[in-house]
Design a protein around this ligand. Structure first.
Ligand SMILES: NC(=O)c1ccc[n+]([C@@H]2O[C@H](COP(=O)([O-])OP(=O)(O)OC[C@H]3O[C@@H](n4cnc5c(N)ncnc54)[C@H](O)[C@@H]3O)[C@@H](O)[C@H]2O)c1
Length: 242
């Protein structure tokens, strides 16, 4: 399939039935001309109801698939010929990762590895123009940098280190099974670019909130508990002397 500025691009979005992925897909289908193929296993966190308003769009396709399933991924790449991948599929809830880390290792590390390998095989078979234009966007988290310390009094926001903000140069220091699995995935993505030349991007966003947020996450949980007069959970420990 030829690609040029005037041609709509095809994006393969993993985890598109999740909270952020569904917002991305709603945006892509309502505000751009892109075609979208949504690859999602539909775990407890996947909710196709969040895509009802765009599900009938002829530019949208859904594939129920585990990103650990290499043959399934190969079929999807061959069938839809994407110009880019936006990889959001993950186990994403910190508390669940503490109760049961296995799914996090499987999806976030093995799944990312499997997706990288499928993308690399597909990308190797593209013509030069499409190879150059291809992108693999890995959506990670700021939690790979660990916990922020207490704010430094009087520090400038323009000097991130002195005000204890994360930057892309901050050393990785994940502190939960969730963030460790995401950090592992980031390292794999970086290595696939360095070793094989796969054109990758990693973004490390902070917490998101908004419509269709799963009720176990902090902001909806606090709102729902407050409405029902229940205790409000607070994470972290009080520092000695703080
Ligand atoms: N929500 C946030 O505030 C936040 C902050 C920083 C980074 N992130 C990252 O953004 C991405 C999306 O987060 P979210 O909050 O929308 O997550 P989510 O838990 O709401 O959605 C994850 C989606 O991935 C799918 N999925 C899980 N395992 C899969 C597998 N093996 N194969 C295919 N699909 C699978 C689920 O069915 C679900 O639809 C994640 O990678 C997360 O680490 C989220």
């Amino acid at each position: 399939m030829p690609t040029s500025c005037s041609m709509p691009r095809t994006l393969l979005v993993t985890g598109g039935a999740g909270f952020i992925g569904s917002a991305v897909i709603r945006h892509l289908l309502t505000s751009t001309r892109a075609r979208v193929v949504n690859v999602d296993k539909l775990t407890y966190a996947g909710n196709l109801a969040s895509l009802v308003e765009v599900a009938g769009n002829p530019r949208y396709a859904f594939e129920r698939l585990d990103i650990c399933h290499r043959q399934g991924l190969d079929r999807v790449f061959a069938c839809y010929q994407p110009d880019a991948v936006m990889h959001l599929a993950a186990e994403s809830h910190v508390d669940r990762s503490i109760d049961g880390p296995a799914d996090f290792i499987q999806t976030n590390i093995v799944g990312t590895y499997t997706l990288l390998e499928a993308a690399r095989a597909y990308w190797n078979g593209l013509d030069t123009e499409r190879r150059d234009a291809f992108r693999f966007h890995h959506i990670s988290t700021d939690e790979v940098y660990g916990d922020l310390g207490a704010p430094v009094a009087g520090a400038s926001k323009l000097e991130p280190h002195s005000s204890n903000l994360f930057t892309e140069q901050t050393p990785y220091s994940p502190s939960s099974p969730y963030s460790a699995s995401k950090a592992s995935a980031d390292h794999l993505v970086r290595a696939w670019q360095h070793t094989y030349g796969l054109p990758t991007l990693i973004t490390n966003c902070s917490n998101n909130y908004g419509p269709y947020h799963f009720p176990e996450k902090l902001i909806p949980l606090v709102i729902l508990n407050a409405l029902e007069g229940k205790p409000l959970p607070v994470y972290g420990r009080r520092r000695a002397g703080a």
